[in-house]
Unconditional design. Sequence first.
Length: 552
Amino acid sequence: MEADYVIVGAGSAGCAMAYRLSEAGVSVLVIEHGGSDAGPFIQMPAALSYPMNMGVYDWGYKSEPEPHLNGRKLVCPRGKVIGGSSSINGMVYVRGHARDYDHWADAGAQGWGYADVLPYFKRMEHWHSGGHGGDKAWRGKDGPLHVTRGPRRNPLFNAFVQAGKQAGYPLTGDYNGQQQEGFGPMEQTVWRGRRWSAANAYLRPALKRDNCTLTRALARRVVIKDGRAVGVEVDRGGQIEVIHARREVILAASSINSPKLLMLSGIGPAAHLAEHGINVVADRAGVGQNLQDHLELYIQMAASQPVTLYRYWNLFSKARIGAQWLFTKAGMGASNQFESAAFIRSCAGVEYPDIQYHFLPIAVRYDGKVAAEGHGFQAHVGPMRSTSRGAVTLASNDPNVAPKILFNYMSQQQDWQEFRNCIRLTREIFAQEAFKPYVKHEIQPGADLQTDDELDGFIREHAESAFHPCGTARMGARDDAGAVVDPECRVIGVDGLRLADSSIFPRITNGNLNAPSIMTGEKAADHILGRGMLPAVNDAPWLHPDWKTAQR
């Protein structure tokens, strides 16, 4: 088996690259360990809590005991299925803030500033406002990835936005347009009632071409000869074989599995590789380092009226919603229920938002367990730019063994202050007039927790990952000792090998990472093809005019 380009991983970036490379006429072979994404658990948007908790679709990774979170092991779902994590995620679509990408460029990822990446966001999108306004000039109109907005019929969605306005925050009609900061509608990768994953958007159309194929196999290592990647060793149905790449091998296996594969291939910190008896091909200290994520809390309120989604949280209603979705792709099952959102700044002097909100009209956890009190609603809230850093390291040189993941969450004193801010600012929003008809009392943290120490105890026990790991093979200048890939996604120190997924992010972006990961695949494809970049777009983002002196 061979192709011009061999891509490891049919996830967000891998599917986008398979589409663009095959579109250009070269042959592409995609290796994916996971199986089919068919069936309602993945394709029905409202069923989102199921696939990320099912071993058939998820690698099942957990962190090491986190020292600053009472030694808890936090789950780290990664998609082991066609479409990767875009097939098991919450389908929330966030580009990130313009300043995130300008920071990338300043950190050595030349050519990845906002002006450079905006054309790729536009190229990948087919945006539908759904009659809810938005910035048409900033959005894509005919890309493969459909981006929509939920119907926002539940009155709590509007209450959340109005409460933000009453608290003095701006409104935004399109946080993916010129102005991210403020309260407004949330966007989702849902189209005609189905999850519009990278598999549906990119991979299926690509596989209809004669020059794109998919094979199910576990990638074991990159085969490197005389300093050049020539193929990928895989386990396919219990047989070890090599899939050859005539031009390049491209890793897109996630921010957990891509660094693992690099290290198994002899690319990484030399001392660590030696510990596991792996011959060093390229001593790259940054492989597996710089691990980042978003942590979040669920601030939950009991509802005084039965207007929440809890009324559907019974077997009969779930069956009815499921049946309606199966036959019509409409109704409650056709939305992820994240339909209002906000990005705000935590304090004066912060240039652009550093807190994100997902609002949900039910009090429920990602594992599908609802609050014991019945009717309620919640805001997922967390800081965007923690300075804590962790690492992905090898537990063994056996490709079948999961790597060690230590996020080192909350290791910086600043993290604690930021989370306390999140709790107190959220309480203030829920105390606004717009929520008066709906609020009964606070479920969690609970009104009795007020002091810094009390809130810190709650954070230690209840902070959860938002499932946005990234940064473990960061992009930078070729002479940067900590960089793993250069700005053209070439792995430094090995020819014929690229890496393009959320591993390469120098710093985590604002919001959910699916959109930036797909953009990375889109842009990487043009680097791989060597045909020049899309022209830069110098649209200036909106920044709060008083950000230096005012929090809102």
